[in-house]
Design a binder for this molecule. Structure first.
Ligand SMILES: Cc1cc2nc3c(=O)[nH]c(=O)nc-3n(C[C@H](O)[C@H](O)[C@H](O)COP(=O)(O)OP(=O)(O)OC[C@H]3O[C@@H](n4cnc5c(N)ncnc54)[C@H](O)[C@@H]3O)c2cc1C
Length: 162
């Protein structure tokens, strides 16, 4: 693939950048390895976005983002960027599956990643019994869960799963 600007990450930052670039007539694509919306999907109730004085769920806000992206015509490709190099004239991003993206500029909007405990089993059980963000739990998960940490996500998890 070739584009003028490659945006890595379809969270609020990447989406905002891509919409603005596209509106300015600059060819732009987004590469997202997971879900459009990024960490905002975890926000139960968002009250600090202009235009939503009464609040909106993160999921609903992301739906509006998706609608805006579609309207503007920004392409999102679901791949993971594994390597980025620059030869002076252009950037070359190597994606999962071997796909390559050539671009004149790159915006890295990859957000933040949760701290891991680095305990045995954490990686093997990720997505089945261990979660590092708010997610819908698999059916038959049961009611016994241990939430480690005491920030926003922990408190929301307690309310959601209680
Ligand atoms: C529980 C909770 C509640 C919150 N509530 C609010 C709120 O009320 N109001 C508010 O303003 N903010 C809130 N936030 C914070 C808000 O979600 C973040 O500030 C925002 O999502 C950051 O946006 P971002 O685009 O920088 O990063 P992110 O949302 O983290 O998006 C980054 C994206 O990049 C992708 N990515 C990463 N690496 C790669 C790669 N190598 N290749 C391809 N894609 C990649 C990720 O999959 C992700 O989708 C909340 C967060 C949480 C967790």
């Amino acid at each position: 693939m070739r584009t003028e600007v490659l945006v890595v990450g379809a969270g609020p930052a990447g989406i905002t950048a891509a919409i603005q670039l596209k509106r300015s007539g600059i060819d732009t694509i987004i590469i997202e390895k997971d879900r459009v919306g990024g960490a905002l999907l975890n926000a139960g109730w968002v009250e600090n976005y202009p235009g939503f004085a009464d609040g909106i769920t993160g999921v609903d806000l992301v739906k509006l983002f998706q609608h805006h992206i579609d309207n503007v015509g920004v392409e999102i490709h679901h791949l993971e960027i594994e390597r980025l190099t620059c030869d002076g004239d252009y950037y070359l991003a190597l994606c999962s599956g071997g796909e390559e993206v050539r671009s004149k500029a790159v915006i890295i909007a990859t957000g933040s990643t949760p701290n891991r405990l680095n305990v045995p089993g954490e990686i093997e059980l990720e997505g089945r019994l261990v979660f590092h963000e708010l997610r819908d739990l698999p059916e038959n998960f049961g009611l016994n869960a241990c939430i480690i940490g005491g920030g926003d996500a922990a408190l929301l998890s307690t309310m959601r799963y209680h």
